[in-house]
Design a protein around this ligand. Structure first.
Ligand code: ADP
Length: 292
Protein backbone atom coordinates (compact mmCIF):
# COMPACT_ATOMS: atom_id res chain seq x y z
CA UNK A 1 0.00 0.00 0.00
CA UNK A 2 1.34 3.41 -0.96
CA UNK A 3 -0.52 6.28 0.51
CA UNK A 4 -0.27 10.01 1.08
CA UNK A 5 -2.07 11.64 4.00
CA UNK A 6 -2.90 15.26 3.42
CA UNK A 7 -4.25 17.77 5.92
CA UNK A 8 -3.42 20.80 8.05
CA UNK A 9 -1.49 20.55 11.33
CA UNK A 10 -3.73 18.87 13.88
CA UNK A 11 -5.87 17.10 11.28
CA UNK A 12 -4.92 13.70 12.68
CA UNK A 13 -2.48 12.50 10.03
CA UNK A 14 0.01 11.18 12.57
CA UNK A 15 -2.66 9.35 14.59
CA UNK A 16 -4.14 7.68 11.53
CA UNK A 17 -0.71 6.89 10.06
CA UNK A 18 0.20 5.09 13.28
CA UNK A 19 -2.94 2.98 13.09
CA UNK A 20 -2.24 2.02 9.48
CA UNK A 21 1.35 1.13 10.36
CA UNK A 22 0.07 -1.21 13.08
CA UNK A 23 -2.57 -2.79 10.93
CA UNK A 24 -0.68 -3.28 7.68
CA UNK A 25 2.95 -3.37 8.77
CA UNK A 26 3.93 -0.57 6.44
CA UNK A 27 6.30 2.30 7.10
CA UNK A 28 5.31 5.85 8.01
CA UNK A 29 7.45 8.52 6.44
CA UNK A 30 6.97 11.81 8.20
CA UNK A 31 9.20 14.56 6.88
CA UNK A 32 8.45 16.57 10.03
CA UNK A 33 9.81 13.73 12.20
CA UNK A 34 12.80 13.22 9.93
CA UNK A 35 13.62 16.91 10.02
CA UNK A 36 13.22 17.07 13.81
CA UNK A 37 15.64 14.13 14.08
CA UNK A 38 18.08 15.97 11.81
CA UNK A 39 17.79 19.09 13.98
CA UNK A 40 18.41 17.06 17.15
CA UNK A 41 21.42 15.34 15.60
CA UNK A 42 22.70 18.69 14.31
CA UNK A 43 23.34 17.33 10.83
CA UNK A 44 23.95 19.89 8.03
CA UNK A 45 20.27 19.50 7.00
CA UNK A 46 19.18 19.94 10.60
CA UNK A 47 21.21 23.10 11.01
CA UNK A 48 19.64 24.51 7.86
CA UNK A 49 16.10 23.53 8.85
CA UNK A 50 16.12 24.47 12.53
CA UNK A 51 15.12 28.15 12.41
CA UNK A 52 12.81 27.70 9.45
CA UNK A 53 10.84 25.04 11.29
CA UNK A 54 10.73 27.03 14.52
CA UNK A 55 9.13 29.92 12.64
CA UNK A 56 6.47 27.73 11.01
CA UNK A 57 7.73 28.21 7.45
CA UNK A 58 8.50 25.45 5.00
CA UNK A 59 11.97 24.00 4.56
CA UNK A 60 13.23 24.34 0.94
CA UNK A 61 11.82 21.76 -1.47
CA UNK A 62 15.27 20.39 -2.48
CA UNK A 63 16.02 19.39 1.09
CA UNK A 64 12.85 17.40 1.73
CA UNK A 65 12.85 15.88 -1.75
CA UNK A 66 16.41 14.68 -1.13
CA UNK A 67 15.43 13.16 2.21
CA UNK A 68 12.45 11.32 0.73
CA UNK A 69 14.35 10.12 -2.31
CA UNK A 70 17.02 8.51 -0.10
CA UNK A 71 14.39 7.01 2.16
CA UNK A 72 12.42 5.42 -0.68
CA UNK A 73 15.53 3.45 -1.61
CA UNK A 74 15.67 1.68 1.76
CA UNK A 75 14.68 -2.01 1.79
CA UNK A 76 11.89 -1.55 4.40
CA UNK A 77 9.86 0.34 1.79
CA UNK A 78 8.96 -2.80 -0.12
CA UNK A 79 5.71 -3.50 1.79
CA UNK A 80 4.50 0.01 1.24
CA UNK A 81 4.49 3.38 2.97
CA UNK A 82 2.43 6.28 4.19
CA UNK A 83 3.73 9.73 3.44
CA UNK A 84 2.75 12.15 6.17
CA UNK A 85 3.74 15.79 5.69
CA UNK A 86 5.13 15.20 2.23
CA UNK A 87 4.52 16.44 -0.41
CA UNK A 88 3.68 19.86 0.92
CA UNK A 89 4.04 21.94 -2.22
CA UNK A 90 3.22 21.41 -5.88
CA UNK A 91 6.93 21.18 -6.87
CA UNK A 92 7.35 18.50 -4.18
CA UNK A 93 4.39 16.58 -5.60
CA UNK A 94 5.82 16.82 -9.12
CA UNK A 95 9.21 15.63 -7.83
CA UNK A 96 7.53 12.74 -6.05
CA UNK A 97 5.73 11.75 -9.25
CA UNK A 98 9.11 11.62 -11.02
CA UNK A 99 10.71 9.64 -8.23
CA UNK A 100 7.91 7.08 -8.11
CA UNK A 101 7.95 6.72 -11.87
CA UNK A 102 11.69 6.13 -11.89
CA UNK A 103 11.41 3.59 -9.10
CA UNK A 104 8.38 1.92 -10.74
CA UNK A 105 6.23 2.51 -7.69
CA UNK A 106 2.50 3.16 -8.02
CA UNK A 107 0.67 5.42 -5.61
CA UNK A 108 -2.63 3.92 -4.42
CA UNK A 109 -4.36 6.99 -3.00
CA UNK A 110 -4.05 10.41 -1.48
CA UNK A 111 -6.34 10.84 1.49
CA UNK A 112 -7.20 14.33 2.61
CA UNK A 113 -8.33 14.74 6.21
CA UNK A 114 -10.61 17.74 6.18
CA UNK A 115 -11.17 19.60 9.41
CA UNK A 116 -12.68 22.88 10.58
CA UNK A 117 -9.90 25.34 11.17
CA UNK A 118 -11.56 26.50 14.36
CA UNK A 119 -10.93 23.06 15.90
CA UNK A 120 -7.23 22.95 15.11
CA UNK A 121 -5.90 25.27 17.79
CA UNK A 122 -7.83 23.30 20.38
CA UNK A 123 -6.46 20.01 19.12
CA UNK A 124 -2.88 21.25 19.12
CA UNK A 125 -3.31 22.63 22.64
CA UNK A 126 -4.63 19.24 23.78
CA UNK A 127 -1.66 17.53 22.12
CA UNK A 128 0.74 19.86 23.94
CA UNK A 129 -0.97 19.20 27.29
CA UNK A 130 -0.86 15.43 26.72
CA UNK A 131 2.82 15.51 25.78
CA UNK A 132 3.60 17.56 28.85
CA UNK A 133 1.65 15.14 31.03
CA UNK A 134 3.71 12.26 29.62
CA UNK A 135 6.88 14.20 30.32
CA UNK A 136 7.75 14.43 26.63
CA UNK A 137 9.47 17.34 25.01
CA UNK A 138 6.94 19.70 23.46
CA UNK A 139 7.46 20.80 19.88
CA UNK A 140 8.87 24.27 19.63
CA UNK A 141 6.39 25.14 16.84
CA UNK A 142 3.29 24.05 18.79
CA UNK A 143 2.39 27.54 20.01
CA UNK A 144 -0.69 29.52 18.93
CA UNK A 145 1.46 32.08 17.05
CA UNK A 146 3.50 29.54 15.11
CA UNK A 147 0.43 27.40 14.52
CA UNK A 148 -1.29 30.24 12.71
CA UNK A 149 1.81 30.60 10.53
CA UNK A 150 1.80 26.86 9.84
CA UNK A 151 -1.85 27.08 8.90
CA UNK A 152 -1.15 29.95 6.55
CA UNK A 153 1.64 27.90 4.91
CA UNK A 154 -0.79 25.01 4.58
CA UNK A 155 -3.41 27.15 2.92
CA UNK A 156 -1.12 28.79 0.42
CA UNK A 157 1.43 26.05 -0.33
CA UNK A 158 -0.20 22.71 0.46
CA UNK A 159 -3.89 23.14 -0.27
CA UNK A 160 -3.24 23.38 -4.03
CA UNK A 161 -2.26 19.71 -3.81
CA UNK A 162 -5.91 18.85 -3.29
CA UNK A 163 -6.58 20.07 -6.80
CA UNK A 164 -3.36 18.46 -8.07
CA UNK A 165 -4.31 14.98 -6.89
CA UNK A 166 -7.98 15.36 -7.61
CA UNK A 167 -7.11 16.10 -11.26
CA UNK A 168 -5.05 12.93 -11.31
CA UNK A 169 -7.98 11.00 -9.83
CA UNK A 170 -6.02 10.01 -6.76
CA UNK A 171 -7.81 12.06 -4.12
CA UNK A 172 -10.24 10.86 -1.49
CA UNK A 173 -11.50 13.16 1.24
CA UNK A 174 -12.39 12.06 4.73
CA UNK A 175 -14.20 14.16 7.30
CA UNK A 176 -11.50 14.61 9.92
CA UNK A 177 -14.05 15.95 12.42
CA UNK A 178 -15.38 12.46 13.06
CA UNK A 179 -14.01 10.36 15.91
CA UNK A 180 -10.58 8.74 15.49
CA UNK A 181 -12.28 5.37 15.13
CA UNK A 182 -14.69 6.58 12.45
CA UNK A 183 -11.90 8.24 10.49
CA UNK A 184 -9.90 5.00 10.58
CA UNK A 185 -12.91 3.05 9.33
CA UNK A 186 -13.44 5.49 6.48
CA UNK A 187 -9.77 5.34 5.48
CA UNK A 188 -9.92 1.55 5.43
CA UNK A 189 -13.04 1.69 3.32
CA UNK A 190 -11.28 3.89 0.78
CA UNK A 191 -8.22 1.66 0.74
CA UNK A 192 -10.45 -1.31 -0.03
CA UNK A 193 -12.30 0.64 -2.71
CA UNK A 194 -9.09 1.48 -4.57
CA UNK A 195 -7.89 -2.10 -4.27
CA UNK A 196 -4.99 -1.25 -1.95
CA UNK A 197 -6.20 -3.75 0.65
CA UNK A 198 -8.80 -6.47 1.01
CA UNK A 199 -12.35 -5.10 1.18
CA UNK A 200 -12.86 -6.48 4.67
CA UNK A 201 -10.32 -7.34 7.32
CA UNK A 202 -9.94 -11.10 7.51
CA UNK A 203 -9.80 -12.56 11.03
CA UNK A 204 -6.26 -13.79 11.75
CA UNK A 205 -7.26 -17.49 11.86
CA UNK A 206 -9.01 -17.33 8.51
CA UNK A 207 -6.17 -15.35 7.00
CA UNK A 208 -3.69 -18.04 8.04
CA UNK A 209 -5.93 -20.68 6.49
CA UNK A 210 -6.12 -18.72 3.28
CA UNK A 211 -2.37 -18.29 3.23
CA UNK A 212 -1.95 -22.05 3.46
CA UNK A 213 -4.17 -22.52 0.42
CA UNK A 214 -1.47 -21.16 -1.80
CA UNK A 215 -3.18 -22.29 -5.00
CA UNK A 216 -5.83 -19.59 -4.65
CA UNK A 217 -4.52 -16.69 -2.60
CA UNK A 218 -7.51 -14.97 -0.96
CA UNK A 219 -5.86 -11.56 -0.77
CA UNK A 220 -5.28 -11.23 -4.48
CA UNK A 221 -8.69 -12.52 -5.34
CA UNK A 222 -10.46 -10.19 -2.94
CA UNK A 223 -8.49 -7.22 -4.22
CA UNK A 224 -9.41 -8.13 -7.77
CA UNK A 225 -13.09 -8.40 -6.89
CA UNK A 226 -13.00 -5.08 -5.09
CA UNK A 227 -11.30 -3.43 -8.05
CA UNK A 228 -13.99 -4.76 -10.35
CA UNK A 229 -16.66 -3.47 -7.97
CA UNK A 230 -15.10 -0.03 -7.89
CA UNK A 231 -14.98 0.04 -11.67
CA UNK A 232 -18.66 -0.77 -11.83
CA UNK A 233 -19.47 1.82 -9.19
CA UNK A 234 -17.51 4.47 -11.07
CA UNK A 235 -19.39 3.66 -14.21
CA UNK A 236 -22.69 3.89 -12.38
CA UNK A 237 -21.70 7.14 -10.70
CA UNK A 238 -20.63 9.01 -13.81
CA UNK A 239 -23.88 10.77 -14.67
CA UNK A 240 -24.39 11.67 -11.02
CA UNK A 241 -21.06 13.39 -10.63
CA UNK A 242 -21.63 15.27 -13.89
CA UNK A 243 -24.96 16.49 -12.62
CA UNK A 244 -23.54 17.54 -9.30
CA UNK A 245 -20.80 19.42 -11.11
CA UNK A 246 -23.35 21.63 -12.78
CA UNK A 247 -25.35 22.13 -9.65
CA UNK A 248 -22.47 23.17 -7.48
CA UNK A 249 -21.21 26.67 -7.00
CA UNK A 250 -18.45 27.77 -9.31
CA UNK A 251 -15.22 27.77 -7.41
CA UNK A 252 -12.54 25.57 -6.08
CA UNK A 253 -14.71 23.44 -3.83
CA UNK A 254 -17.17 22.63 -6.58
CA UNK A 255 -14.41 21.56 -8.95
CA UNK A 256 -12.74 19.54 -6.24
CA UNK A 257 -15.89 17.81 -5.19
CA UNK A 258 -16.86 16.61 -8.62
CA UNK A 259 -13.38 15.71 -9.74
CA UNK A 260 -12.75 12.35 -8.19
CA UNK A 261 -14.67 9.11 -7.97
CA UNK A 262 -13.20 8.13 -4.64
CA UNK A 263 -14.03 11.29 -2.73
CA UNK A 264 -15.64 10.77 0.61
CA UNK A 265 -18.00 13.66 0.15
CA UNK A 266 -19.36 15.64 -2.75
CA UNK A 267 -20.46 13.07 -5.27
CA UNK A 268 -22.83 11.48 -2.79
CA UNK A 269 -24.26 9.07 -5.29
CA UNK A 270 -20.81 7.96 -6.29
CA UNK A 271 -19.98 7.32 -2.67
CA UNK A 272 -23.13 5.33 -2.09
CA UNK A 273 -22.64 3.33 -5.27
CA UNK A 274 -19.01 2.58 -4.37
CA UNK A 275 -19.99 1.59 -0.83
CA UNK A 276 -22.72 -0.68 -2.09
CA UNK A 277 -20.52 -2.30 -4.69
CA UNK A 278 -17.66 -2.83 -2.25
CA UNK A 279 -20.05 -4.30 0.33
CA UNK A 280 -21.43 -6.61 -2.33
CA UNK A 281 -17.97 -7.69 -3.38
CA UNK A 282 -16.95 -8.28 0.23
CA UNK A 283 -20.05 -10.38 0.81
CA UNK A 284 -19.29 -12.44 -2.29
CA UNK A 285 -15.77 -13.12 -1.08
CA UNK A 286 -16.95 -14.00 2.44
CA UNK A 287 -19.58 -16.34 1.04
CA UNK A 288 -17.05 -18.07 -1.17
CA UNK A 289 -14.68 -18.41 1.75
CA UNK A 290 -17.41 -19.87 3.90
CA UNK A 291 -18.16 -22.42 1.20
CA UNK A 292 -14.56 -23.53 1.06
P1 ADP B 1 2.58 19.76 11.09
O1 ADP B 1 1.98 19.14 12.31
O2 ADP B 1 2.54 21.25 11.09
O3 ADP B 1 2.02 19.18 9.84
P2 ADP B 1 5.17 18.44 10.69
O4 ADP B 1 5.69 17.70 11.86
O5 ADP B 1 4.70 17.67 9.53
O6 ADP B 1 4.10 19.47 11.22
O7 ADP B 1 6.32 19.46 10.17
C1 ADP B 1 6.91 20.40 11.02
C2 ADP B 1 7.73 21.42 10.21
O8 ADP B 1 8.72 20.71 9.43
C3 ADP B 1 6.94 22.22 9.19
O9 ADP B 1 6.32 23.35 9.74
C4 ADP B 1 8.05 22.58 8.18
O10 ADP B 1 8.85 23.63 8.65
C5 ADP B 1 8.90 21.33 8.16
N1 ADP B 1 8.48 20.39 7.10
C6 ADP B 1 7.96 19.14 7.29
N2 ADP B 1 7.68 18.56 6.13
C7 ADP B 1 8.00 19.46 5.16
C8 ADP B 1 7.93 19.47 3.74
N3 ADP B 1 7.46 18.42 3.06
N4 ADP B 1 8.35 20.59 3.07
C9 ADP B 1 8.82 21.64 3.72
N5 ADP B 1 8.91 21.70 5.07
C10 ADP B 1 8.51 20.63 5.78
Amino acid sequence: MRLILLGPPGAGKGTQAQRLVQKYGIVQLSTGEMLRAAVAAQTPVGLQAKDIMASGSLVPDEIVIGIISDRLDQPDMKNGFILDGFPRTVPQAAALDDLLKKKHIKLDAVIELRVNESALLNRVETRVAEMQARGEEVRIDDTPEVLSKRLASYRSMTEPLIHYYSERRKLATVDGMMTIEQVTREINRILAAVGAVEPRAVPARKARGAARRTARPAGKKAAKTAKKAVKQARKAAKPASKASKGAKKVGKTAGRKAASPVRGRGAGTAKKATKKAVRKAAKKVTKKRAKR
